[in-house]
Design a protein around this ligand. Sequence first.
Ligand code: BG6
Length: 371
Amino acid sequence: NKGHYEHYMQKEIHEQPESLTTTMRGRLIRRGSSKSKSVLLGGLKDHLKTIRRSRRIVFIGCGTSYNAALAARPILEELSGIPVSMEIASDLLDRQGPIYREDTAVFVSQSGETADTLLALQYALENGALCVGITNTVGSAIARKTHCGIHINAGAEIGVASTKAYTSQIVVMAMLALAIGGDTISNQARREAIVDGLYDLPNKVREVLKLDQEMKDLAQLLIAEQSLLVFGRSYNYATALEGALKVKEVALMHSEGILAGEMKHGPLALVDENLPIVVIATRDACFSKQQSVIQQLHARKGRLIVMCSKGDATSVCPGESCRSIEVPQVEDCLQPVINVVPLQLLAYHLTVLRGFNVDQPRNLAKSTVIK
Ligand code: BG6
């Protein structure tokens, strides 16, 4: 049921304040200011000690689910101190990459049925790793075959392009990071800030959804373009990949997410006065590096659309022609949840304006199951 929305993708984008609330329900603990703030993940509690002892955590997924894991990687590394590596399921299988008994392998999948992810799970089980599932589908193959896991609880997602599952996956993995990190004194302030940030996140998403009309106007401007680049780094490298994936899969426009730190090693050659470029430059430890990226793109007459924190537009935009997207600032590791929303809206409006099928993009399926 689409309610008053025209498309499922539109409905699912707009219901993110509610889906995020459901994802966090009963899992955040905040017992008054003197007691510590933390998380409770029932499906993991018997395995946390083993996970903390593991030599490595490996995230495995495809498409949007892989991007969600990538967004959560920095906070997991920070809070756990355990090396985190990333694997696209098909690539792990192609290489028969090393997976060890001392590894914790985390399988991320909205449907819980994706063929490549499921095959990678079988492979990791054979290699003796502890296997954790993060899925949105209770009773799915990945939920059943993993040793333990966390349900995303975002509610059914019908649109082929994943939106609300993505933001809920990031939140689940941020909670996973808090759970693995435990209640160490050294992490206390950071942990409390993240828990507070999680509580407030649905409100902040509600705020960023107000950019709907602005994103429709931007889509109108980009409707006839051949290509769109999205530059991001650190927490928001994943946002760049995911924003570009959305534009590619539903609006059928070539789009590439680019790690801003790699700009000089190739992508800069593409920059001219015609190609639109979104640069994600919200406040975090890499803000000044992104300011320098903007300057360099501007010096080459790049057609810039800068995503920045509220109040930063005038200082971050280098010239008259530069457009800005101002978003609310949240705890840095949660910022990807906010920043992806305008890009989801942009992809949605671009698709509708270009006259393509939003909910069932050409050649794609919601889930690629083993036949
Ligand atoms: C693709 C879908 O087939 O599978 C993507 O079109 C999705 O939207 C990807 O991100 C992974 O799916 P899942 O269910 O494993 O998260």
